[in-house]
Design a binder for this molecule. Structure first.
Ligand SMILES: *Cc1c(COP(=O)(O)O)cnc(C)c1O
Length: 434
């Protein structure tokens, strides 16, 4: 399996290079050059398979030339010691796909842990060291920190904006130690991202380190996210209805991953792109014009993205054909009031607690089903409600428990390096660790 760059389809690199380099030099994004089809027998046989079982079979189809089967199986099982269960709100009609059973309680664990396992494998083969830089507004940093903790050959530096992440999120970034360093930047998320971007283009830093990204621009965070769409299909296939997925979206990595599953043969009837008021993609579907904008702040803040970095992947997966994309993908967007109302309604009707992102996905599914009644709907639950405890409690007026595994983190001391949003300071700090 080779990868091409979306800016230059004649460029071809190996799995190892796409994984470790993260970004092609031409600033495009890596995409798989061919997408193998799994065949109908596979999709008919997976009802009882775990996420790891399915992940291994799909990984084999993709990467059997790069990693021996027994190692691949072990790596995939190490990445996914948890499952992604489908929970019915209304059986056969409306379900949620719970993607928050990993260590950081958000779906980003799936991508981060798979990527960590694969990187660990290639680094062990080559005795190389990689330094991962990641800017986070909250969820990505926690998944990356927990996913890469203790992986030999990898150092991780996480930049986060001081005072702008939740307490639980900050604990996930700052209490692990070992190969994980947290930089608490006196600035915004955009400042953190700008520092990381500048580092990737700095000649001296690139001579000193093999720098890599763990944001969803890395195709290896995205590929494993296709596995849970397949796992979910296995859990609802027996209803015998067309299956539709609603994906609460920001950077559109998650939805691109669903499209990848579809390209590998998963019989999906329709995708739904559900967003908050950062609605570039739903608007694009309405008008045919793609108009990125500065982001606006909402309560589903992991989706506050005005210029989605995976949009180009989504269009590539549909061969840049707007009409085909529009046939397969519906788009809806919702404001904060509608989101809170949905959180309250779902709790009242089904006794089920959602985070604000999950509520946006639920609303998108409902809007679609208003017209298309006889489909089996699955909306993706992207984070555990405890990650947004204060907000959720204020909406449903009921306490939300933090899972035991994270209670323990809450008691550990925070360790961070405070820093101005200044590239020279950031660079010195990195060079000192070389
Ligand atoms: C990252 C995130 C999203 C958005 O996912 P994309 O792949 O960027 O579209 C949605 N919900 C939660 C909870 C997230 O952490």
């Amino acid at each position: 399996m080779k990868f091409y760059s979306t800016n230059n389809p004649s460029i071809r690199v190996s799995m190892e290079e796409a994984l470790l380099r993260s970004l092609p030099a031409d600033r495009g994004l890596y995409m798989p050059e061919t997408i193998p089809s799994m065949g109908a027998d596979f999709f008919n046989s997976i009802a009882d398979d775990s996420l790891a079982d399915i992940g291994f079979q799909m990984s084999s189809a993709l990467f059997k030339d790069a990693i021996p089967a027994n190692r691949l199986e072990e790596l995939v099982h190490r990445a996914f010691p948890f499952d992604t269960p489908v929970v019915a709100l209304e059986k056969g009609k409306s379900h949620v796909l719970e993607l928050f059973h990993g260590p950081s309680l958000a779906f980003k664990d799936v991508g981060a842990r798979y990527m960590a396992a694969m990187m660990g494998y290639f680094l062990e083969q080559s005795n190389r060291e990689v330094h991962i830089l990641v800017a986070t507004s909250g969820d990505t940093g926690g998944a990356v920190a927990m996913g890469f903790l203790g992986v030999p050959g990898i150092k991780v530096t996480i930049l986060y904006p001081t005072g702008r992440v939740s307490e639980l999120q900050e604990k996930q970034l700052t209490t692990l130690g070992q190969n994980i360093t947290a930089l608490e930047v006196d600035g915004t998320f955009d400042d953190c991202q700008a520092l990381v971007k500048t580092a990737f283009t700095d000649v001296e830093l690139n001579q000193q380190f093999s720098l890599a990204s763990a944001n969803s621009i890395n195709i290896f965070r995205l590929i494993p996210q296709s596995f849970y769409y397949v796992r979910a299909y296995g859990q609802v296939k027996h209803f015998g209805k067309p299956v539709v997925f609603s994906t609460p979206s920001g950077n559109f990595g998650n939805l691109s991953a669903g499209t990848l599953a579809y390209k590998m043969g998963l019989p999906i009837h329709q995708f739904i792109a559900s967003t908050n008021l950062n609605h570039v993609v739903p608007r694009y579907l309405e008008t045919g014009a793609y108009a990125p904008k500065p982001s606006v702040e909402t309560i589903s803040n992991a989706m506050d993205v005005g210029s989605p970095s995976n949009f180009v992947r989504l269009t590539h997966l549909f061969n840049d054909d707007f009409d085909t994309l529009k046939q397969m993908l519906s788009g809806y967007y919702f404001d904060d009031e509608q989101t809170k109302q949905a959180m309250a309604d779902v709790y009242q009707q089904f006794n089920y607690v959602t985070c604000p992102h999950t509520a946006v996905g639920y609303l998108g599914l409902k809007s679609y089903q208003h017209i298309h009644k006889d489909v089996c709907g699955i909306s993706l639950a992207t984070a555990h409600p405890a990650k947004f405890k204060e907000l959720v409690e204020s909406v449903i007026h009921t306490p939300v428990d933090i899972p035991a595994s994270l209670e323990e983190l809450m008691n550990r001391p925070k360790q961070s390096i405070k820093m101005k949003a200044d590239f020279a300071e950031f660079k010195d700090m990195l060079l000192q660790t070389a």
